[in-house]
Design a protein around this ligand. Structure first.
Ligand code: ATP
Length: 199
């Protein structure tokens, strides 16, 4: 039986915040593998312009290179959208019946839990929900615990420094001609430059 972390994101681009969240989760939750699940086009970002899936996959591959526990997963691209996390987790459970799944998210995503598609199904499918604090995000969970009692036994706080890094901020930096390369891995910076992304 393996302990599998599922880390979903747009990864446009993947940045050091993502890497630190995934690495701290892998250590603290004793995960054998973290699947970086690249979202084809997340339901809540449909209206925004997102880089092509293949480019985000390539950047994510570049970001995780060298960490044996990390793998990129394109599972969500194998079916038509919308790509709900509940469905993705149930497909994964079907493929890996003996494994335990741990969903990894930032505090902003946890605060959005009530607006997720069928959050109860998500909580049922997982052994744990690893959450990393994010600057500027409310931290108290009393309201969420009242609304979703099963969250109590699933919630695991991942201890990590507060990182004020977001893909949005990095895209704005590239667009504005400001430095951005120390917010991402070298390989990711090179792809952003080679492809002229976010200009
Ligand atoms: P964008 O700025 O485009 O919305 P993002 O930086 O939030 O992107 P996503 O790909 O949407 O990145 O994030 C994937 C997951 O990583 C989400 O669960 C998000 O909460 C988490 N995350 C991203 N950046 C951080 C950070 N700096 N600290 C904690 N969690 C983070």
């Amino acid at each position: 039986m393996s302990r599998i972390g599922i880390f979903g994101g747009t990864f446009d681009p993947p940045h050091l915040g993502h890497l630190i969240l995934a690495a701290e989760s892998a250590d603290q939750l004793r995960l054998d593998t973290v699947l970086w699940m690249v979202a084809p086009l997340p339901p809540h970002k449909q209206e925004k312009k997102v880089s092509p899936f293949g480019r985000r996959v390539a950047m994510t591959e570049a970001a995780i290179r060298g960490e044996a526990r990390f793998q990129v997963s394109t599972l969500e691209n194998e079916r038509a959208g919308p790509h709900y996390t509940a469905d993705t987790l149930e497909i994964l459970k079907g493929r890996r019946p003996g494994d335990e799944l741990f969903l990894l998210i930032g505090q902003d995503s946890l605060n959005d839990l009530p607006s997720w598609h069928e959050p109860e199904r998500v909580l049922t499918a997982i052994a744990g929900l690893g959450v990393m604090a994010r600057p500027g995000e409310r931290h108290e969970t009393a309201g969420l615990l009242e609304q979703f009692p099963s969250l109590a036994e699933k919630l695991i706080r991942v201890d990590a420094p507060l990182l004020e890094i977001s893909s949005t901020e990095i895209r704005a930096r590239v667009k504005g001609g400001r430095h951005f390369r120390y917010y991402v891995c070298g390989g990711v910076a090179r792809l952003i430059e080679a492809w002229g992304l976010y200009r």
